[in-house]
Structure formats: C-alpha cells, structure tokens
Design a protein around this ligand. Structure first.
Ligand SMILES: Nc1ncnc2c1ncn2[C@@H]1O[C@H](COP(=O)(O)OP(=O)(O)O)[C@@H](O)[C@H]1O
Ligand SMILES: [Mg+2]
Ligand SMILES: [Zn+2]
Length: 626
C-alpha cells in the first residue's frame, strides 16, 4: 500500500490513525466474531480484544461534540513522557459530513442518492492518503444506519450522532458494521468469512455494512470470492471499499461499485482547517507557518495534521510565558523548507538582472541546505502564481502580506508574455538541474540564463537592449559590408554617438531641407573627426556630390556657430546607415542564439526570425514628412 513507505511509523493499513494502538490480532478478532477495527478508540469498547498496552488512548472523538470527550488528559502533556504526540489526525476525524472538508461534490451526490433511496450496493472511495476515504466510509455507515434521536428516522446524510447506531458506529462497536483491512487480511479465507456472514441479516441495524480498506491489497482469489457476493448482494448488505490505488482493482470489481474520487484538499482550505484546529487546541500559529504546512501536505489533511503535530511538539518545547506558538521559522527548519523571503529576493534579483545578487542568494540558500531543485521549483511557483494573479486581475493569493505585495507588484510589472517565457526557461532549468551531475552548478547556470533572458523582456525591448549592447561593444568595428570598417578610430563610438545626436537634431529641426540633408548625413558621412565646431569626414565610394556647403549652412543655422568642415580621403567610421545594417545583422545573430529563440524553436521548430523589430539607431523620424 502506498501509504506505508512514506510513513514508516504507521502500520501498513488504512486507518493509520490506529497506528499508535496495538492492534488486536486477526485471531482475536475472529474469536470475537467480527473484524471490528472500527472506531478510533478501538480499545475502549472491546477491552477484551485489546492488549492493554495503552490504557489511556487518544481522546475518543465523541459524536457531535466539538472537543471530543477528552477523557483523561489531566496531566497536561509532558513532552518527554510516553505521549508527546497528539495525533491530531485521530482526534479530529470528521464525525459528520459537514466536518469533512473539500469533498463537497461527493457529499452532494451521496446526499442525493440517500434522499432518493438510490443507493448502490457497493461504493468505492478512491484518492491519495489522508483525504478522507476511511472517514467517508464510516460516515456513510452512520448515514445509512442512523435512526435519529427519536429512533424513527431513516437514512440521512446528516446523521444525528446521538442515536444508538450513530454512537456505536462512532465508537467502533457496532456489530453490523464490519471493518476489514485488506492490507492485513488479503487472503481468500478472510473474504470467505465475510461472505458466509453476508447471508445473515443485520443484527440490530438497517444495513449490514462491510468496510474494506485498501481493497486493492486483496488477493486475486479473494477478489473472485468477493465478486459473487458483489453480483447479487442481499438487500441489507452494503460494501464500502476504499483504496489509494484504484488502478490495481479488477475491472469486474470496479464495474460493480459506485465510485467516488476524493480530491486533494486545496491549500487554502487546508490552511483554514489547520488554523481552526489550532484554535481548538489553544495553540497560536503564524499564518505563514500554517501556509507552509498546508503546502507541504500536498492536499492530504492527514499528512498536514501529522506535520502540525510535530510543529506543535516543537513549539511546546520552547513555549514561554506567552504559551505555545507555531512559528514559521521553526516550521521552515522542520520541513527543510526554503525561506520564502529569501526566495522572493532571489526572484527579484532574477528580474532585476542582478547576477551577483543572484549567485550570492543561490549560494546562501544552498549553504542553508536548500536543494537547488527545490529552489528552482520555488521560483516556478512564484511564476505560476504571478500568472494566476494576472489572470485574476485582483489581489494576489498569498499567505503573508509581504508575499501578496511582491506577487502583486510582479504581476503588474511583467507582461503575460514575459511570465510565460520565465516559466519556460525555469522549466528547462528544472530539467537540467534534475539530471545534472552537479545540481548546484546547473542551477547557477540555468538561473543566469533566465536572468539574461528575463531582463530582455519583450521582443521590442529586447531589440533595443541588443542595440544598446551592440553600441557599447563598438559594433561599428564588426564586419560591416561597407568596407573600411576596421579603420574606425578607437574613439569612434563616442564620436558616432555625438554624430548621431547631431543628425537627430537635423531631423528634428525646421530646416527647409531637413529631410534630404538628414538622408545625406546618414548615407554619405563617414566621420573621421568630430569636435565642437569641427567635422572631418570621408564620403563612401559612389557619392560624388559636394555636401560640405549644405552641411556648413545647416550646422550654422542649428548651432549658431560657424563650423570647420572638411571632406578628406580616408576611411572614417561607418556611416549611420552602414551601422544600422551591421547592427541589424548582429541583432539577428544574437537573437538567433538567444535562449528565448531556443525556447521558441523547441516549440515551433520551423520558426524563423524574419526581421528584428523596431527601427534602429535614431531613425524614428527619418521618414517624417513635413
Ligand atoms: N476531508 C477531510 N476533512 C477533514 N479531515 C480529514 C479529511 N481527510 C482526512 N482528514 C483527517 O485525516 C485523518 C485520516 O483520514 P482518513 O479518512 O483515514 O483518510 P484516508 O482514508 O483517505 O487515508 C482523519 O482522521 C482526519 O483527521
Ligand atoms: Mg484510510
Ligand atoms: Zn443517528
């Protein structure tokens, strides 16, 4: 059974809450004529069966009472004593369907079936551990056999909890409700016993109910034996099966049962549930602590309650005057969880494009024992929640104010496209980290890649950044097609920038010939020297026109200064148009090798980069008319 390996301290059987009680042997049970492992405090009702190992078992959950009849808890928790463990999961087993959280659809269907008296002969409860399968089976047993406070009632989804059958079932001593754990009774003999008994009608109740937990554990023969009964069960018999591994059930069984798939419980609901249990226990708990527990529970109430148990035990140990408080920091340690705040800072570095900060944060988390993979997963979670926040358009759903604020801010700042790219890059990183020989190094590399991609947010901005980067890197000295590019003087870049500014001033001016002049300046001027009041340039091959007087006139009008303008032979820096072309080529090249393109290509193998977006280098007004 799937439960046991994860939870070595529980015996491999379903109502794992009975874990801490010594279980009566099969023989003892048989001797008693039934397999009643029912009811939480099994020892109480059938003392003869119970090896008296635990005289004061966990408080029996009395039906209907909120705080179960806490029988002998006068000695208030000696941490070091025999029972430091509270076993909340057992104490808070739902006693009514209204206490069963997160399974509303199932309860509704069940309610309808009961109301209309359309009950299947056999029900099957499926779902991961700790979502309420066993609890549901017991609740159904109550629902079917409840007779109401006045003894006149019929089956009802709202069992009264006070009538004799209700009480007896809750206490696990109802003679017609037989619970069997298939994990420990897998054989055909066990089943045969049931089958024999099926023929006799219920002793005291409306229905004779067989609960078979972890039913997938039954042997094939046992299943076959069961099938005959399932085909034509007597009207007074109901079978309630529960299993974590429905795939292992024979179709023949599946087809004879009405199936209910119990869902994992949503995080929020778990957190609320744990909060209410803390209140009942008189324990303070920080929201973030409960959120972490709810998260770690992965949808299982039972798992969450076990963690909460531990957390409370830890909190008890260092409880001060103020009483027990479950703190986030403690829970984080306990779960080996990463610090949410630290994760947020890491994410922030990623978005801000701060590689030093990023690497430092990764190292720090690693030093604290956070697995690189867990780190990436945390970042993925942020990304996902940002996307959800964007879709929702409202407040971010988060357990703390800080987190809510951060998520809200990111949701605003990032475009949906960016969020999706982030996600893709992270998922790729996740895969790499998972398979890498050195996960830490892989995580660093993956995150750096994300960082470099993340600060190039959308294609438009991306192009602009590439352009800027190219400018700074002196793209002019790349392989421009115009020839003579290598001769660009070392001071070429700043000169080119000034030149560009100057040309842009011409663009924006009200000179009568601004447009044609601007075109000439961009196409024909290879700057050799540019200083205030002085321009020395070469003209590329093929341009014969003497443009000196025109430039002189324009610059005089623009600057109010008489310029010394010389046209000479020589190389000079590439013209602005030549630079544009070089840039565009470089841009395209860089885009092609950009991780984002890589991502695009994995999803759209035929994708081609057609033309870099947005105009380059100060050409925005170039085609302006008028
Ligand atoms: N849906 C639920 N609502 C409230 N508590 C639940 C729920 N599911 C599980 N629990 C808690 O977990 C414990 C074990 O639940 P159980 O019904 O045995 O789970 P399963 O049979 O699915 O493993 C219960 O005693 C209860 O404390
Ligand atoms: Mg169970
Ligand atoms: Zn009742």
């Amino acid at each position: 059974m799937s439960d046991s390996p994860e939870n070595p301290d529980t015996p491999p059987w379903a109502g794992d809450d009975e874990a801490d009680n010594a279980k009566p042997s099969a023989t003892e049970l048989e001797a008693a004529g039934q397999n009643s492992m029912f009811g939480d405090p099994e020892p109480a009702p059938a003392p003869a069966l119970t090896p008296a190992t635990e005289p004061a078992p966990e408080p029996a959950p009395a039906p209907s009472v909120e705080q179960p009849s806490v029988p002998a808890t006068p000695a208030p928790e000696e941490p070091a004593a025999a029972q430091p463990y509270r076993v909340l999961a057992r104490k808070y087993r739902p006693q009514t369907f209204s206490e069963l959280i997160g399974q509303e659809p199932m309860v509704r269907t069940l309610g309808n079936a009961i109301e209309r008296d359309r009950l299947a002969h056999a029900f099957l409860m499926t779902g991961v551990r700790g979502v309420g399968k066993t609890s549901t089976a017991r609740l159904i047993a109550k629902a079917l056999n409840c007779i109401g406070p006045d003894g006149q009632g019929g089956p009802t989804i709202n069992s009264c909890g006070v009538c004799e059958p209700c009480v007896a079932i809750a206490e696990g001593r109802h003679i017609d409700v037989i619970e069997m754990d298939a994990a420990s009774h897998t054989g055909v003999d066990d089943v045969r016993e049931i089958i024999e008994a099926v023929r006799y009608s219920a002793v005291s109740a409306r229905y004779k109910i067989y609960i078979i937990d972890e039913v997938h554990m039954l042997s094939r023969n046992a299943f076959n034996a069961l099938l005959k009964t399932l085909e034509e069960p007597p009207a007074h018999v109901k079978f309630l099966f529960a299993t974590t591994e429905v795939d292992k059930l024979p179709v023949t069984v599946l087809s004879r049962t009405q199936r209910f798939d119990l869902r994992r419980i949503p995080r929020d609901m778990l957190q609320d549930h744990f909060a209410s249990i803390c209140r009942k226990e008189g324990v303070e708990a920080e929201d973030e602590a409960l959120a972490m527990i709810a998260n770690a529970a992965e949808g299982s109430v039972r798992d969450g309650l076990s963690i909460l148990d531990q957390a409370i035990a830890h909190a008890d140990l260092d409880a001060g005057e103020a009483g027990t408080t479950v703190r986030a920091a403690k829970v984080r340690d306990m779960l080996g969880l990463a610090d949410k705040g630290a994760q947020r800072r890491l994410f922030q570095h990623l978005l801000e494009g701060n590689p030093q900060g990023l690497l430092a944060a990764v190292d720090q988390q690693y030093a604290l024992g956070v697995e690189p993979l867990a780190l990436i997963r945390a970042l993925m979670e942020f990304t996902h929640r940002i996307a959800v926040t964007q879709v929702g358009g409202g407040e971010a759903d988060a357990s703390t104010a800080e987190e809510r604020e951060a998520l809200g801010e990111w949701a605003q700042k990032l475009s949906p496209g960016q969020v999706h790219r982030l996600w893709q890059l992270l998922i790729k990183g996740h895969d790499e980290v998972r398979t890498a020989p050195d996960p830490l190094v892989a995580a660093q590399m993956a995150l750096l890649r994300v960082l470099h991609a993340a600060d190039m947010p959308d294609p438009g901005k991306l192009a602009k950044q590439l352009k800027d980067a190219a400018l700074v890197g002196g793209i002019a000295s790349g392989g421009t097609g115009g020839g003579g590019s290598n001769a660009a003087p070392s001071g070429g870049a700043p000169q080119a920038l000034n030149w560009l500014e100057l040309v842009e001033r011409v663009d924006k001016s009200h000179l009568h010939n601004a447009m044609s002049l601007s075109t000439k300046l961009r196409m024909q001027v290879r700057v050799i020297e540019l200083a205030p009041g002085k321009l020395v340039f070469a003209q590329p091959d093929g341009f014969e026109e003497n443009i000196v007087p025109e430039i002189k006139q324009a610059l005089l009008e623009l600057t109010g200064e008489r310029w010394d303008i010389q046209r000479t032979e020589g190389e000079g820096a590439p013209t602005l148009v030549e630079q544009d072309e070089a840039l565009r080529r470089a841009q395209k090249q860089r885009l092609e090798s950009h991780p984002m393109m890589e991502a695009v290509r994995t999803h759209f193998p035929d994708a081609q980069l057609v033309e870099p977006v947005e105009q380059v280098r100060g050409r925005k007004d170039w085609s302006r008319t008028g």
